[in-house]
Design a protein around this ligand. Structure first.
Ligand code: PMP
Length: 431
């Protein structure tokens, strides 16, 4: 496959843009380096790069593109919005319409606020929880990514439940010490943390179904235990549904799990491919937000008409009957095919899947937490990733990410993907 133009553009990008990319996950650093592919155009399940190669896309822009690229209904909404003027700085009826749609789908969102990214949404829920409870600390789970605000760029120390240390230069030790990190799916470690710091905890922040060290579901009873211990300690539960909202069902992971958080942060899919974030929750908590309350949250671009109209259009598409059954059907076909090939070529790999999202880990043990995901073989993944890319299958360049199926994928795409995977596995088995 010729990717000369991508290589040239990457060289040029490195001269002007730090690291050549505007988000580090786009670089190929995690898969042995090299130039990332520069895409020219997306259409449905496919990408076309600057050298004219076609790819079946499973990146889905790290989640938002659940209806495929350039879905006509969403494109039309964006066009109409551009014609009406892109930004007003005043309220519009689209904000009302969209917030009503979100509330209709996720009943725990008694009141919502729109922002511009998942990072902002999570950051603000934490601020609101602190304002509401008058406490400072938060608990998060190891390996879960919650955006790039200071408080959530904190890593765990060693040990089952620990005060954090900065995961990025520029995050101060003082900030990191407000964050306690415990392993996902470990109720004992969570209980230990609550026993030790419970009366200082403002909120527990959790991806109810993890998307950030691959797709990992909560063990039966785990989140229920987290809920009860958190509330007994007088703290709030915040669900980070930036990946999961509208990914697995028309609503949040909370609908599937039948659990009700105090607050929810969202982003990605709800913007229909345009920048967005939103957070919401119980009225009495959300009334802590300015102009009603003392917790400040604002934004020039927040609730902009283009993102609102794209989001409304995206939800309209997702609401069509059979959407999630179809994503599940295709996900199942892909999972079954991969598992069959893993066995045929004796590849040390395992697949975690929920509906239309899956992760292929190069490890033979089940993956239920970050440690297990981390122990999967990054070199094997890197090699597999490149072999797939060269056959026109676009995956995320990281062993921790999910493959996302969209409503634009068809069975033929899954067949083509499995042919490429067989080729890649055969080569891996021979190497
Ligand atoms: N929370 C989760 C669960 C995410 O996956 C992400 C992004 N991958 C974020 C928050 C941050 O969202 P954004 O990149 O829109 O700031």
């Amino acid at each position: 496959m010729n990717v000369k133009q991508s290589e040239e553009l990457y060289k040029e990008a490195c001269e002007h843009i730090v690291g050549g990319v505007n988000s580090p996950s786009r670089s190929f650093q995690g898969v042995g380096g090299g130039a990332p592919i520069f895409m020219e155009r997306g259409e449905g399940a496919y990408f076309y790069d600057v050298d004219g190669n076609r790819y079946i896309d499973y990146l889905g822009a790290y989640g938002p593109i659940i209806t495929g690229h350039a879905h006509p209904h969403i494109t039309e909404a964006i066009k109409r919005s551009a014609e009406d003027g892109t930004l007003y700085g005043t309220p519009t009826r689209f904000e009302n319409q969209f917030s009503k749609m979100l509330k209709g789908a996720i009943p725990s969102l008694e009141k919502v606020r729109f922002v511009n990214s998942g990072t902002e949404a999570v950051m603000t829920t934490i601020r609101v929880a602190r304002a509401y409870t008058g406490r400072n600390k938060i608990i998060k789970f190891a390996g879960c990514y919650h955006g790039h605000s200071d408080l959530v760029l904190v890593a765990a120390g060693s040990g089952p439940s620990t005060l954090g240390s900065p995961d990025s230069a520029g995050v101060t030790q003082n900030i990191a010490e407000e964050v306690i990190t415990v392993p996902f799916n470990d109720p004992k470690a969570f209980e230990t943390a609550i026993n030790k710091w419970g009366d200082q905890i403002a909120a527990v922040l959790v991806e109810p179904i993890v998307g950030n060290f691959g797709i990992v579901e909560p063990a039966p009873g785990f989140l229920e235990r987290v809920h009860s211990l958190t509330h007994e300690a007088g703290a709030l539960i915040i669900y980070d549904e930036v990946i999961t909202a509208f990914r697995f069902t028309y609503g949040g992971a909370q609908n599937l799990l039948n659990l009700t958080p105090d607050m929810t942060a969202m982003g990605k899919i709800i913007g229909g491919g345009l920048p967005i974030g939103a957070y919401g929750g119980k009225t009495k908590i959300m009334e802590s937000v300015a102009p009603l309350g003392p917790a400040y949250s604002a934004g020039t671009m927040s609730g902009n008409p283009a993102s609102m109209r794209a989001g409304i259009a995206c939800l309209e598409v997702l609401k069509e009957e059979g959407t999630y059954e179809r994503l599940d059907f295709l996900g199942n076909k892909l999972e079954e095919g991969l598992v069959e090939l893993i066995q045929k070529y004796n590849i040390p790999a395992t697949v975690n899947r929920l509906k239309g999202a899956l992760t292929l880990y190069f490890t033979t043990q089940p993956v239920t937490n970050y440690e297990e995901a981390e122990s999967s073989d990054g070199q094997l993944f890197a090699s597999f990733f490149k072999k797939m890319l060269h056959q026109g299958i676009n995956l995320a360049p990281s062993k921790y990410e999910a493959w996302f199926i969209t409503t634009a994928h068809v069975e033929k795409d899954i067949d083509e993907t499995l042919i490429a995977a067989e080729h890649a596995f055969r080569e891996l088995a021979e190497e």
